[in-house]
Design a binder for this molecule. Structure first.
Ligand code: GLN
Length: 475
């Protein structure tokens, strides 16, 4: 989509204003049903398009993509615009600065727009934890678009924006991409700056693209990645290692144990994909089972780590520095009531879990132990990548579940992240691509060694001709 619009702009067959209009018309017609946006930011977007048009007319366009809209998840900040993380506690908050990814996209002229709905503070797998609204899956309105970047995935699948940014801490880009039939890339930890991404669990959070094609994912990733002095966990360019190999020769591993708990449609899709890979794609390569012995501890390790970090990160929302403040002259009451009223149930649950895991007396048994097992999970991957170039597994054990189906059982909701948390804990890149299906979208996941984004995307691009993204049909 991004090169489609870019070509048209270059040939002067369209203008940034016309492109924006086309998307805004769709949003106005259908977003009432879907609920992808918390706010569209129409005025800012129109102003940007107007300026971009002038630049193209003068031949001063900032890049070939100047004026193309990109939707933004509501936990990535833009100077002078609201940001809420879909939480009441940030209601009315306006950011005094822009995230590095926003600065990078805007420097190329991209029209970054909209505050896309999400689970509050990115905690959830269905976008039902937003304090503002639920988002529906454009392929079936009774179902969840996944989460926490459900607004981003739904907006792309519904054709409200050509592409969007989301954030992934334990699967929040990949699982919604899978439920909505599109591409979602969680990059290698440290390749994309987190400056200006409201922190959930800092050692896991990464920003990444949700797109309709593999080449769009590649393009957006290239635009946002790179060292940033304002995020000391970003990796300097000199440390990057490019991983390359001809697609036909790829050696791909998969884990049989992990497939056991999957819905039958998901298993079928996986089997069909492996058949195609063997027959048509990796002709001189190989596809065989591998063993990742510590994967089964992934959910436990992830939920201890993520909640511990969240309990520390969310301490800053005290009713004084940001957003909502309970009116009181008593300081303790102000803190207590601001947080009690401002945070939703899931966020409070996680703060309590995290505080408990970090408390003296329990720290060694929970947090410290989780970090040890995290290292073993990472080591499993490093061992596996001695044998194989990539790992293939489903993105989620089920297709998009019904809205309300898991909201009363947090553990069931957490278990839906079983295939995504491993890559987050190890920091390796992982890409969800549309898999073979007759019905609802089913995502398949490619995981690779550090910095292997190119390889994952090469294979995705090769498979794209057989199984591309599916745009939803809306009325
Ligand atoms: N679903 C997971 C959670 O609730 C992952 C969320 C995310 O990646 N932001 O924590």
């Amino acid at each position: 989509m991004l090169s489609f619009w870019s070509q048209k702009l270059k040939k002067k067959e369209t203008s940034p204003e016309e492109i924006l209009d086309e998307y805004l018309t769709k949003i106005k017609k259908f977003d009432e049903k879907i609920g992808a946006f918390i706010e569209v930011e129409e005025e800012d977007a129109r102003n940007w398009a107007k300026e971009a048009k002038k630049r193209w007319e003068k031949g001063q366009n900032l890049s070939d993509y100047d004026g193309i809209p990109i939707g933004i998840k509501d936990n990535i900040v833009t100077q002078g615009r609201k940001v809420s993380c879909a939480s009441k506690i940030l209601e009315g908050y306006i950011s005094p600065f822009s995230a590095t990814v926003i600065e990078r996209l805007q420097a190329l002229g991209f029209n970054t727009m909209g505050r896309l709905n999400m689970d509050e503070f990115a905690m959830g797998s269905s976008t039902e934890n937003s304090a503002y609204k639920i988002t529906r899956n454009p392929h079936d309105l009774s179902r969840s678009p996944g989460g926490s970047s459900g607004g981003s995935a739904a907006a792309v699948a519904a054709g409200f924006v050509p592409a969007a940014l989301g954030s992934d801490t334990g699967g929040s880009i990949r699982q919604p991409a899978s439920f909505c039939g599109i591409y979602g890339l969680k990059p290698t930890y440290g390749t994309v700056s987190r400056y200006g991404l409201v922190a959930f669990a800092s050692s896991l959070d990464q920003i990444g693209p949700l797109t309709l094609t593999a080449s769009d994912a590649r393009l957006l990733y290239e635009c946002i990645k790179g060292h940033d002095p304002r995020d000391s966990t970003t990796i300097p360019a000199s440390k990057y290692r490019v991983v390359q190999k001809p697609i036909e020769e790829l050696r791909i591993g998969y884990s049989e144990e992990l497939l056991d708990g999957c819905q039958s449609e998901v298993k079928k899709s996986f089997e069909e994909l492996t058949r195609i890979l063997r027959k048509e794609v990796i002709k001189s390569g190989d596809l065989f089972p591998i063993h990742l012995p510590h994967q089964k501890y992934g959910i436990a390790v992830y939920y201890i780590t993520a909640t511990s970090e969240a309990s520390a990160n969310l301490a800053r929302f005290d009713g004084i520095r940001y957003g909502y403040r309970y009116p009181s002259n008593n300081l303790l009451e102000l803190y207590e009531k601001s947080r009690t009223i401002g945070f939703g149930t899931e966020v409070k649950r996680r703060i309590l879990l995290g505080t408990f895991a970090l408390s003296s007396g329990y720290y060694d048994a929970y947090y410290a132990q989780a970090q040890k097992v995290r290292r073993l999970i990472r080591q499993d991957y490093l061992n596996a990548f001695q044998e194989v170039d990539l790992i293939l597994l489903p993105t989620s054990p089920t297709v998009a579940f019904l809205l309300g189906e898991k909201t009363h059982d947090p553990v069931q909701m957490y278990l839906s992240d079983i295939f995504t948390v491993g890559a987050s804990l190890a920091g390796i890149p992982a890409l969800s691509i549309p898999g073979p299906t007759q019905g609802l979208p089913i995502g398949m996941q490619l995981q690779g060694p550090y910095f292997s984004e190119n390889l994952l995307l090469d294979l995705a691009q090769k498979l794209e001709t057989a199984y591309g993204a599916k745009m939803a049909k809306l009325g």
